[in-house]
Write a new protein. Structure first.
Length: 259
């Protein structure tokens, strides 16, 4: 199977499956959803940290050469700043709580506005995920697989929050699920565009990988971890640490076995 075929297969499967799993979770009783979701977020945090620090960055530095390691670091910092700006512009907003406090509307019009905003924002985010996955695959197929796994891990809790916002905005469950799946597939568009664009500029691949790492670091540190701190009891804290370590271990083992 060609690299492009693998990229299209994994991005389309990841987007569709994550949205479908999130839809299935909405069928669970509310109490069970609230019980499972924090565990998914903890695992996703570890997977993102592991992918960024144990897989993506080492590959970026290796591909760029030790003499250009500082340029990789600069790309990482600029990437984090760029994602901060995007979030400030409300183009990228993750929701991992149901209901989401950041999008809690005060009336029907704001419900609908929030639903529309999340569709546009999530479409942009998923297209960017496709770009990151394509860049990873073009550096190393095994790295691409690990990156796709990390993206999938954080997509499920995000899609659950997005579905809650769409339903709260007046959509039926069926339409909300269909729209969420469609928006998730924008990752395929981003991946295909990136594949052909980066193929003509292979020298920028290490820095594209560094930007991918900055994306994962920003999501985990700026978005997921603050949510985990809302639960401060000892039992929850131990569970969070264990699941974060499990997520990191999963990425480390997956990456090691792939090589």
């Amino acid at each position: 199977m060609s690299t492009l075929a693998l990229i299209v297969l994994l991005t389309s499967l990841g987007g569709a499956v994550s949205a479908t799993i999130a839809g299935a979770f909405l069928l669970l009783p509310e109490r069970q959803r609230h019980h499972v979701l924090p565990h998914l977020v903890s695992f996703a945090t570890g997977a993102l940290l592991g992918a960024a620090l144990l897989a993506l960055l080492p590959h970026a530095i290796e591909a760029a050469g030790s003499g250009n390691a500082h340029k990789v670091g600069l790309a990482l910092v600029l990437g984090i700043l760029a994602f901060f700006i995007l979030e400030k512009l409300v183009l990228w907003r993750h929701c991992h709580d149901d209901p989401c406090e950041a999008h809690a509307p005060q009336d029907h019009h704001r419900d609908r506005a929030s639903a529309i905003m999340i569709l546009w924002g999530d479409g942009f985010h998923n297209a960017l995920d496709g770009v990151l996955i394509a860049a990873a695959f073009m550096t190393d197929i095994h790295l691409g697989i690990v990156t796709a796994i990390a993206v999938f891990a954080h997509e499920v809790p995000q899609e659950m929050g997005d579905l809650a916002i769409l339903i709260n905005g007046g959509m039926s469950r069926g339409r909300a699920l269909a729209m969420n799946v469609a928006v998730s597939l924008t990752s395929v568009v981003g991946a295909v565009i990136a594949y052909f664009a980066l193929a003509r500029a292979m020298q920028v691949l290490p820095y594209a990988i560094a930007v991918a790492a900055s994306s994962f670091l920003y999501i985990s540190v700026a978005d997921l971890i603050p949510g985990l701190h809302r639960r401060v009891d000892a039992k929850a804290s131990v569970q969070q640490v264990a699941l974060i370590l499990l997520g990191m271990a999963f990425i480390y083992v997956s990456h090691s076995l792939a090589h």
